[in-house]
Design a protein around this ligand. Structure first.
Ligand code: COA
Length: 275
């Protein structure tokens, strides 16, 4: 394991394991609540990894070194002060406050390599919204999900009302957001948000196995599949299918597709280089 804390992170930690990197939100005393700087640091760390050929998958998680309760993130930091340059009673300024946070959620979602949300503990509000910006969700059985904002009179505005509804549909999304109840990882697995539900004591090894697999997979193909799914689902089917035409054509120029087919014909395991 190699530390990648080469720029001054205050709220996150970055380590590299093989071909993947792990970004851990490191605010255990606040159950990894997300203030503006934490989001900014996550987005900036991902930007560094975009162009690093040694990193072909990223795991986003809460710190393993929890001090109170295990958490991915308990949501927006309710104790954080607002932006000093923005006025509380100015509607344009408050629009801007949300724009600044959205910008980072969007950057995180746009990361061009596989991004795993490894959830062990609470994933609430803005923490859940961070999960929704990832590609694959692995959760330990003890994890808890939900949108508790309504219980505090808050609008869940880090992409929740828009991203969740695209996964669960209008009625399920309203149920979560109108009542603010907590949901078990098992329930989230049944709803299709959690892709892999794993026993608590098998969580670390499972995350490592999936991240290692993606870190050694054909990175260009994964990139094209990700973009095709993320953008193709936002347009009419005949337009979305165009993403497949172009995706297929672009993918056919990558070295890994040649290696994959060659290895199959030679009856050996392929060695993908992410090119
Ligand atoms: N922002 C800031 N601090 C938070 C936080 C948040 N979103 N969530 C938890 N914390 C802090 C608590 O204030 C507490 O700090 P303290 O020990 O210094 O008092 C610490 O994390 C532990 O939380 P606590 O509430 O004591 O733990 P718990 O096990 O009783 O409950 C939760 C855990 C997650 C259910 C509860 O903390 C909670 O509901 N948090 C807020 C979740 C939320 O509303 N998120 C959406 C925000 S828009």
């Amino acid at each position: 394991m190699e530390s990648m804390n080469d720029f001054k992170n205050i709220t996150i930690e970055i380590v590299k394991e093989g071909n993947y990197a792990v970004i851990s939100i490191n605010r255990p005393d606040k159950l990894n609540a997300l203030d503006y700087y934490t989001l900014k640091e996550i987005a900036e760390a991902l930007e560094l990894h975009e162009v690093n050929p040694q990193v072909r998958c990223v795991v986003l998680r809460g710190t393993k070194e929890y001090t109170k309760k295990p958490a991915f993130s308990a949501g927006a930091d309710l104790s954080a002060r607002g932006f000093e340059d923005l006025e509380k009673d100015n509607l344009r300024h408050q629009y801007q406050a949300m724009y600044r946070r959205h910008k980072y959620y969007d950057l995180i979602e746009e990361f061009p390599k596989p991004l795993i949300a490894a959830v062990d503990g609470y994933a609430l509000g803005g923490g859940f919204e961070l999960v929704l910006a990832c590609d694959i969700v692995i959760a330990s059985e003890r994890s808890v999900f939900g949108f508790p904002e309504i219980r505090r009179g808050i609008f869940p505005a880090n992409g929740g009302t828009q991203r969740l509804v695209r996964h669960l549909g209008v009625f399920e999304a309203k149920k979560l957001m109108f009542f603010g109840d907590h949901y078990s990882a098992k329930q989230m697995h049944e709803l299709g948000i959690v892709g892999f539900l794993v026993k608590d004591d098998e969580f670390e090894q499972f995350v490592h196995e999936k991240a290692s697999w993606l870190g050694n997979a054909p990175t260009n193909s994964l990139f094209l599949i990700k973009k095709s799914i993320n953008y193709g689902t936002q347009v009419a089917l005949n337009v979305g299918l165009q993403f497949e035409h172009f995706g297929y054509a672009l993918n056919s120029t990558s070295q890994d597709v040649q290696e994959g087919v060659k290895a199959f014909l030679e009856k050996r395991e392929p060695v993908f280089k992410g090119r």
